[in-house]
Design a binder for this molecule. Structure first.
Ligand code: KG4
Ligand code: ZN
Length: 435
């Protein structure tokens, strides 16, 4: 059941857990409580209130006499006992609702994804408010669907992992509120996962899984990073983008040539149809030492080439082809440099741009030449998904980490601030900008 009351969104989970996303303190909105009880027709066992005004602190109320409208409420803090069992992963950082169940012994049991692409397509990019609202609509049905596919009930879960950042604040809050509430109701631990750590560990969902130490190229819509991974949680930034991320460059370039959102895959598809070499774009920052990236100048070169053209289909495809070649070659040059500088033998590629076939092919060729090995997630786990969050959360939960039962999200969050596995005391949680 989903309710949308004035200035409040409410969700119900399996008729047992009611999650209220209220805009003000419970005390100021007691009417919501009454409304929620009415809507659930008294079939409530627990009531969780998220107060978004106070940086997402959360209170839980358990009803002492479920079923009775006259129930008196009291606060409760369940004992959080890590128990072995599959971990539910929830991803809502941007425009994809992803849910998965991962079990340490049995691997990935089920995963489901709902993409909001059509919703945002008419605006040419992600509209944050629409994204949040759509996560609200889709998340609970997707959780139910994923659990059913895994042949499980919620009570079989051993933990819940959710993307706590970086990402769009409203979108993150939807996943965090649902995950925290579920964990509270089930009295199991929950952990907020760093979205980029999820991407970085995604190749570990494959049979041929990379063991640290390795170097990771993380290329998504928001990031272009080279990271030295000494151990899980122990990340050293080798190179970063000074302006646009690789995915962002794909998206903006596609948009300026009138390609539909999301631009990256559309531009890559178009590039397949053209002969290379009609335009010569720069390979930015490859003529000097260092591992940083910069893609905004390339975008300007494309803009000029496009403005001077006849705007025909052939020239659009030719520009797409040579633009893709420039990005891919730049990324390959920097990866080879990073492998040489660190002496690493394994290169992990992750994030949405990791789905680019030309990049995958050229990195595999470079690896053959230079004597290192590449690890890619399967295509569907390059872009945002719940499986990578379930996996990353499962690894941390099994290492004894979980966060305090509060809804906290981190729209900006430095990957290097994460704690290495085994170094954080049990239940202290991963380090965040707030701890
Ligand atoms: O990791 P992701 O799904 O979301 C973020 O965390 O940003 O990455 C999305 C980005 C978008 O910029 C999209 O255009 C790009 O990945 N992308 C691609 C391809 N598939 C997705 N870029 C180039 N070639 C592709 N095949
Ligand atoms: Zn992502």
């Amino acid at each position: 059941m989903t309710l949308d009351r004035s200035r409040a969104l409410a969700l119900a989970f399996l008729g047992r857990l009611f999650i209220e996303l209220a805009l003000a303190h419970f005390g100021q909105h007691a009417g919501l409580f009454t409304g929620a009880l009415e809507a659930a027709q008294g079939k409530l066992e627990g009531f969780v209130l998220a107060n978004f005004d106070a940086w997402h602190s959360l209170s839980a109320v358990k009803l002492d006499n479920p079923g009775s409208r006259a129930s008196r409420a009291f606060y409760f803090m369940p004992s959080i006992n890590a128990k072995p069992g599959p971990v539910l992963g929830i991803e809502t950082s941007c425009d994809e609702t992803g849910v998965a169940v991962y079990d340490r012994g049995r691997g990935l049991l089920a995963h489901a994804l709902y993409s909001q692409v059509e919703l945002h397509a008419e605006y040419g990019g992600v509209v944050p408010e629409l994204a949040s609202r759509d996560h609200v609509r889709k998340l609970l049905p997707l959780i139910r669907q994923t659990l059913a596919e895994a042949g499980m009930a919620v009570a079989d879960l051993g933990g819940v992992a959710y993307t706590a950042g970086p990402g769009l604040v409203g979108a993150l809050l939807v996943g965090a509120a649902a995950a925290r509430s579920l964990a509270w109701a089930l009295e199991i631990p929950a952990i907020g996962v760093h979205h980029m750590e999820g991407h970085l560990l995604a190749p570990m969902l494959e049979e041929d899984s990379p063991e640290p130490p390795f170097v990771a190229l993380l290329v998504s819509g928001g990031h272009s990073m080279l990271i030295e991974v000494e151990a899980i949680g122990c990340y050293r930034l080798l190179g970063d983008t000074l302006d646009d991320a690789a995915g962002e460059a794909f998206d903006k370039t596609a948009k300026l040539m009138g390609l539909p959102y999301p631009g990256g895959p559309a531009l890559a598809r178009l590039a397949e149809t053209a002969v290379p070499g009609q335009f010569r774009f720069t390979r930015p920052m490859t003529d000097r030492p260092g591992l940083d990236f910069s893609f905004s100048g390339l975008k300007t070169q494309v803009l000029l080439a496009w403005q001077r053209s006849d705007h025909g289909d052939a020239v659009r495809a030719a520009i797409a082809r040579d633009f893709e070649e420039a990005i891919v070659e730049t990324l390959v040059i920097k990866c080879r440099r990073a492998m040489q500088a660190t002496g690493a033998k394994r290169l992990v590629i992750a994030g949405g741009v990791g789905a680019n076939r030309r990049l995958r092919r050229q990195l595999a060729e470079a690896a053959d030449k230079d004597g290192f090995k590449t690890y890619f997630p399967r295509l569907e786990f390059c872009t945002d998904n719940g499986a990578m969050i379930a996996l990353a959360g499962s690894i941390r939960l099994h290492a004894g980490q979980c966060n305090d039962p509060q809804i906290k999200v981190f729209p900006r969050w430095d990957l290097q601030s994460l704690s290495a596995l085994g170094t954080a005391p049990s239940n202290s949680g991963v380090e965040t900008p707030w701890t």
